[in-house]
Design a protein around this ligand. Sequence first.
Ligand code: PMP
Length: 406
Amino acid sequence: MFKEEIEKLIQKKLLRVIKDRNAYREHFYKEDALDKSFPFDFKSKSLSHILIEGQKFVNFSSNDYLGLSHNQRVIEAVKEVIEIFGIGAGASRLLSGGTELHQELEKKVAKFKGTEAALIFNSGYTLNTSVIPAISDEKSVIFSDELNHASIIDGCRLSAAKKIIYRHTDMNHLSELIKKEEGRRKIVITDTVFSMDGDIAPLKDLYNICLENDAILYLDDAHGTGVLGNGRGALYHFGLNPTNWIIQMGTFSKALGSFGAFIAADKEIIKWLINKSRGLIFSTALPATIVAASIKALEIVESDFSLIDSLWENRQRLFNGLKKLGFNTLKSQTPIIPLVPPHLYSEDAVENVNILSEMLRKKHIYAPGIRPPTVKIPRIRFSVTAAHTSEEIDYLLKSLTELKLR
Ligand code: PMP
């Protein structure tokens, strides 16, 4: 089954394969089996390094922007509750799966995001595919940026609403389209930080358009939470206040280093979502250990800006270096920095990306190519984190120089 389809993917060089990393702690792997040509101190364990098939790489492909996935305070918080709550939640939140920690996390998220209430979900994907259909019906119309994340696209597909796609961050286009739709509930949906391009949605304009047109603004702040606005996200980055017609979603799985997602909004909206979000009602709740990790991660982000400062210093170092080398980084404004390779090796853009990624891999740099159908323009997507050292960033820049791409 699917043999021919798989063959076609192979021919187009679009076949995806999973390369799981090895456990990092020394006693989980045999050192003598490892490739010793890693360019940094071989013995060092760093959050920005990964092991795949016995080889060590500097990882430029992680959304763990603040390195909180391995933060000792977060790990201790998990250890404290694992004996109490065990592993699995055992049931959905509406049955017996929730704990007092789930409620504590929701209170913390609401405070952090400046909203009346919050609700947690098992993942960002589950959230978008549950909440978007829950807040819209056949009398609604959704306006969605053309580069919105796949989970938003799928959420729109599951919704009974009319769907209208506007050109990426094109506010004139959105204004034109929204004026034509009278008498329906209007919902404008956008990523705040676009996950493949690293640019930021023009939230002030979106805010004004929604205000003028009596529309709901739904923000996917997955890559803004913990990164923009002193960690509080894109609204704060733009100096905007939450209101009862803004719905903010975010994930715990990226800058917060944990897992799961949240909606922060008005109390009424949260009440409605508890009753209508199928991904909440019909799925087992998040384990309490994960919830405890998210609580601790939020506490760290709220009280210590040093990680966010390091993240932005590193981002600027890489971005300035790439610009100096003359690379096309699309419109990146954040730690997500795409690099569109020049057509040096072949006229085929996918082939170019595959070759460049492979050349970097030979230099122990892990930065996979992103190709269609995920994006239209094939690219290498670097994501830089607070855990990278300046030496690692300079090594990437030096390696790109040595590859003589220009
Ligand atoms: N929204 C955006 C913008 C994302 O980048 C992602 C993750 N890639 C998600 C939603 C889904 O979040 P999760 O990984 O928690 O399912």
